[in-house]
Design a protein around this ligand. Structure first.
Ligand SMILES: Nc1nc(=O)c2c([nH]1)NC[C@@H]1CN(c3ccc(C(=O)N[C@@H](CCC(=O)O)C(=O)O)cc3)CN21
Ligand SMILES: CC(C)C(=O)C(=O)O
Ligand SMILES: [Mg+2]
Length: 290
């Protein structure tokens, strides 16, 4: 295959994202499937295959039940639809916390199976050594501090973080540790604006906020949230740019009504019977002309 027929190399994209510190904001969104990946790709810098897929497309109540197999399957689908954006895949709960070696094995599997550019993992100072281990061995890592959905049980639910001075100091130290360990960017989730600004000023890599104010170097949202396709909950930080859930409901309601009234399918949706005159002895049921 000639080089020109191949997708543009994504390897440089990590450097491009890293270089966006204090530049124009990084635009990021989640994607879990090829068609959504294709639709979003021209508009965004980063496509995150988030473990939020457990809640958004598998109906789980938290992200704790998401598996490596699910992340690999959806990661592969998103990479297929992405041309110019940098695809990052979340490491699921239990796939990286136990040891640096296990984290490396699972991150390498995600990169090898999906063709994504980087992985993301949740955690601050306690994950810094793991981030250093991966980045030193060729696996780009996006960090994630503040509200950590995989720490649902220890953070007391999906709660805004860093409200006390002590907590804010710890999260700032988390972000510093993750940046020092070699992460190329950091998701900052669910923290008050002053803390998001402090973190963004303190680290040399871009911060990508979700529920973390405009003080960050970029923004990310769950795509289904902004499209109005997910309504189990709507956090305060979500802005709905469309109401596709309502549109789906209207369209499907119209289809159901027409099927019941036998007005769908109409003649233009039907394969006409072959004209009698053209039928020959050798025509069989199976090769009937449509
Ligand atoms: N669809 C979806 N969107 C998300 O943003 C998202 C997921 N799923 N799944 C994984 C995590 C969970 N997230 C969440 C979920 C709920 C709130 C929430 O209800 N927050 C309250 C504030 C709670 C508090 O601080 O006490 C809010 O009103 O925003 C926040 C983040 C973010 N992530
Ligand atoms: C919301 C983003 C940051 C995420 O981690 C996810 O979608 O899983
Ligand atoms: Mg996630």
């Amino acid at each position: 295959m000639p080089l020109s027929a191949q997708k543009p190399a994504k390897a440089a994209t990590i450097q491009e994202i890293r270089a966006r510190k204090n530049q124009t904001p990084i635009v990021a969104l989640t994607a879990y499937t090829t068609p959504i990946s294709r639709l979003l790709d021209p508009h965004v810098d980063v496509l995150l295959v988030g473990d939020s897929l457990g809640m958004v497309i598998y109906g789980m109540e938290t992200t704790l039940g998401v598996t490596l197999e699910m992340m690999c399957a959806h990661g592969k689908a998103v990479v297929r639809g992405a041309v110019s954006s940098c695809v990052v895949v979340d490491m699921p709960f239990g796939s990286y916390q136990e040891s640096q070696e296990l984290a490396y094995r699972n991150a390498a599997r995600i990169l090898a199976e999906t063709g994504c550019a980087a992985v993301k993992l949740e955690g601050g100072q306690e994950m810094a050594a793991t981030i250093a281990f991966l980045t030193a061995r060729g696996i780009p890592v996006m960090g994630h501090v503040g509200l950590l959905p995989q720490s649902f049980n220890s953070q007391g639910g999906f709660r805004t973080q860093g409200r006390t001075a002590e907590a804010a100091t710890r999260i700032l130290a988390d972000a510093r540790a993750v940046a020092d360990a070699g992460a190329f960017s950091i998701v900052v989730e669910g923290v008050v604006e002053t803390l998001a600004a402090e973190i963004t000023n303190a680290v040399v890599v871009p911060t990508i906020g979700i529920g973390a104010s405009a003080a960050c170097d970029g923004q990310i949202l769950v795509t289904e949230d902004l499209l109005g396709l997910f309504s189990d909950f709507t956090p305060k930080f979500v802005k709905r740019y469309a109401e596709l859930g309502s549109e789906v409901s209207v369209a499907v309601g119209a289809y159901a009504k027409e099927v019941r009234a036998r007005s769908f399918p109409a003649s233009e949706h039907c394969f006409g019977a072959a004209p009698q005159a053209k039928r020959t002895e050798e025509t069989t049921e199976s090769d009937d002309v449509v």
